[in-house]
Design a binder for this molecule. Structure first.
Ligand SMILES: *Cc1c(COP(=O)(O)O)cnc(C)c1O
Length: 208
C-alpha cells in the first residue's frame, strides 16, 4: 500500500522506451476497479507493455490474465504457456460477469465516492495509534504510530472486520466495491474501539 511517487511511472515508461525494456505492471491487486479506475496506472496517464491481472477479475473464482499491448500483444503464442485449466470457460465466464457488473452497476464511480467517504471519515478520527492514511479509491492503508498492525488486525477480526497487517505499522483496507455508506459508517464507528483494544494489547505485551 505504497503509492508510486509523483512522476515515477512516467519515468519508468520513458526509461523502457529509451532502452526497449518491457514495462510490466502487476495490477493483480490494484486493477479491476479497486482504485476507482479500471486500472490504477490510468491515474498516471501511462500505458504499460504488459499488464497482469487476477484476484478481483474473477470476483471470487480463480483466474489470472496477462495482457500484452503493441509489440507485446502477440509475444505469447498458443502453446507457449501450458496450463491444464488455463482459459477454462467457467472462470472466463465469471470474469466477463465481473467486468459487465462493474460497468452496468457504475461501480467505478461508486468506488471513487465510497473511497473518498472512507478517507474523509478516517481523517476525522483522532487516536494516538493512528498517524495517517494513504491510497486511493477502496484501496487504502491506515498508517499507525508504531508497529501495532498485528494487534489492530486481530482486534478488528474479533469485531467482524477483515483487514490486513501489510506492514508492522500499516493496515490495508480493501473492502468490496459494492460497500455502502452505512457499512463504512459501521466500520468507522468501531475503529476507535479497535484501536483502543490494540493499544491495550500492545501495552500488555510490553509489560509481560
Ligand atoms: C495475489 C498477488 C499476486 C499473485 O497472484 P496469483 O494469481 O495468486 O498468482 C501477484 N501480485 C500481486 C500484487 C498480488 O496481490
Amino acid at each position: 500500500m505504497v503509492p508510486a511517487p509523483e512522476g515515477y511511472l512516467a519515468g519508468v515508461r520513458a526509461l523502457c522506451d529509451r532502452t526497449g525494456a518491457a514495462f510490466v505492471l502487476d495490477e493483480i491487486q490494484s486493477g479491476i476497479g479497486r482504485t476507482g479506475q479500471w486500472f490504477a496506472h490510468q491515474e498516471e496517464g501511462v500505458r504499460p507493455d504488459v499488464l497482469t491481472l487476477a484476484k478481483g477479475l474473477g470476483g471470487g473464482l480463480p483466474i489470472g490474465a496477462c495482457v500484452g499491448f503493441g509489440r507485446f500483444a502477440d509475444a505469447f503464442q498458443k502453446g507457449d504457456h501450458g496450463s491444464t485449466f488455463g482459459g477454462n470457460p467457467v472462470a472466463c465466464a465469471a470474469a466477463l460477469a465481473v467486468i459487465d457488473t462493474i460497468e452496468t452497476e457504475g461501480l467505478l464511480a461508486h468506488t471513487k465516492v465510497m473511497g473518498d467517504l472512507l478517507a474523509e471519515q478516517i481523517e476525522g478520527i483522532d487516536h494516538p495509534l493512528l498517524s495517517g492514511q494513504r491510497g486511493s479509491g477502496l484501496w487504502r492503508a491506515l498508517v499507525l504510530t508504531g508497529p501495532h498492525a498485528a494487534h489492530v488486525q486481530e482486534q478488528a477480526a474479533v469485531r467482524g472486520f477483515l483487514v490486513n497487517a501489510v506492514a508492522p505499522d500499516a493496515i490495508r483496507l480493501a473492502p468490496p466495491l459494492v460497500i455502502t455508506p452505512e457499512q463504512i459508517g459501521v466500520f468507522i464507528e468501531a475503529l476507535p474501539t479497535i484501536l483502543d483494544a490494540a493499544e491495550a494489547a500492545a501495552t500488555k505485551e510490553q509489560q509481560s
